[in-house]
Design a protein around this ligand. Structure first.
Ligand SMILES: Nc1ncnc2c1ncn2[C@@H]1O[C@H](COP(=O)(O)OP(=O)(O)OP(=O)(O)O)[C@@H](O)[C@H]1O
Length: 331
């Protein structure tokens, strides 16, 4: 069952000074299943925050619709928003003059829970978020990382079905970022909760999410299970150990035929790193090597990381069904 249905969503801002229009989100459609952990990835200015703000009702779309649990968030705003909590970057929604525990109690009260009802849950969250020792500390005395953890804990407390986390690890030091990722991995074990995370941080998306939607210039450029994306690009990347050096003519041919090509001649055995876009390119590679009877000692599939996959997609390397069928053909 889909808990979120977004269709044809668009938003254009008008720059204050120049009155120039900026198409931040351009006809985006996607759906999210109940219990799914979705990563919204994209380079700076891609439209991630704008999308999140429309999902949680802070921004009105110019076009398109958002259904949360079947409820249209433009038509029945309060009813739709009842299902969502959001932690937005730069707006942690905490009360700075209240302590950590008081913040949790205050927001629980806002959702209609009594102190008694949530006391145990607050204790559990304080332990999970490693904030127990700070429970009586004022929020404005906490580090940025602790404030971020508390903001996520507040969102968890509401027990809404959907949680939106905008850049949950942005600006955190390495250790706190690791801790937040570990907490998120714990949280996502709860199969009933749907979480959408936006991030520049590949580690967050790769470790925590099952599926990713990559946005670039306001458009969806990939919508896939992360494991499928990795498989697709992994299967294209090869290193070929050669028994002799390539001639300049062979190198020129490889350079013109393959999008990603790297040749290292100064090793004990020359090494060719290459990526294929179609299965047939493997034969093309062998043809070029055969021209000069270049011996092939070994062919290995190169392991590619998620960051490389992301850069490739943003640079416009197609991720479509044809590519996926190529990947299974080569696998
Ligand atoms: N209030 C605004 N007025 C004008 N333009 C805006 C406004 N907010 C965002 N934009 C522009 O809209 C585009 C999308 O911005 P958005 O913040 O949604 O992207 P993002 O993917 O979240 O980027 P980042 O990762 O840098 O936060 C960008 O070009 C941005 O400059």
């Amino acid at each position: 069952m889909n808990i979120i249905e977004v269709s044809g969503l668009s938003k254009t801002y008008v720059k204050r000074k120049t009155k120039e229009p900026v198409k931040a989100v351009n006809d985006i459609s996607f759906s999210v299943r109940k219990g799914e952990i979705l990563g919204l990835l994209g380079p700076n200015g891609a439209g991630k925050t704008t999308t999140i703000k429309m999902l949680c009702g802070l921004l009105k779309p110019d076009q398109g619709s958002i259904l949360i649990n079947g409820v249209n968030n433009a038509k029945q705003r309060l009813q739709a928003l009842h299902h969502i909590s959001a932690v937005l970057e730069g707006n942690r929604n905490l009360y700075w003059r209240l302590t950590v525990r008081e913040n949790l109690e205050y927001f629980a009260g806002n959702r209609g829970f009594s102190r008694k009802q949530v006391a145990h849950r607050i204790d559990t969250l304080l332990v999970l978020f490693n904030l127990k020792e700070k429970e009586n500390e004022l929020v404005n005395r906490l580090s940025r990382g602790m404030q971020q953890k508390l903001a996520i804990a507040v969102a968890m407390l509401a027990e809404t079905e959907v949680i939106l986390l905008d850049e949950p690890t942005l600006g955190l030091d390495v250790e706190t970022s690791y801790e937040v990722r570990a907490i998120l991995k714990e949280i996502v074990k709860d199969e009933d909760r749907t979480i959408i995370i936006t991030s520049h941080d590949m580690a967050v998306i790769q470790e925590v999410c099952q599926r990713t939607i990559i946005i670039n210039h306001g458009k969806v450029v990939a919508d896939e299970e992360i494991s499928n994306l990795m498989r697709l690009f992994d299967v294209r990347a090869y290193t070929v150990t050669l028994g002799a050096e390539l001639t300049p003519a062979q190198q020129a041919l490889l350079e013109s035929e393959f999008i990603t090509y790297d040749y290292q001649a100064d090793l004990i055995q020359p090494l060719l790193s290459i990526e294929l876009t179609h299965a047939e390119q493997l034969y093309q590679l062998f043809d070029i090597l055969k021209r000069n009877e270049t011996p092939v000692e070994q062919i290995d599939r190169r392991t590619i990381n998620f960051e490389e996959v992301f850069i490739k997609i943003v640079k416009g390397e197609a991720v479509d069904e044809t590519s996926l069928s190529i990947s299974s053909e080569l696998a």
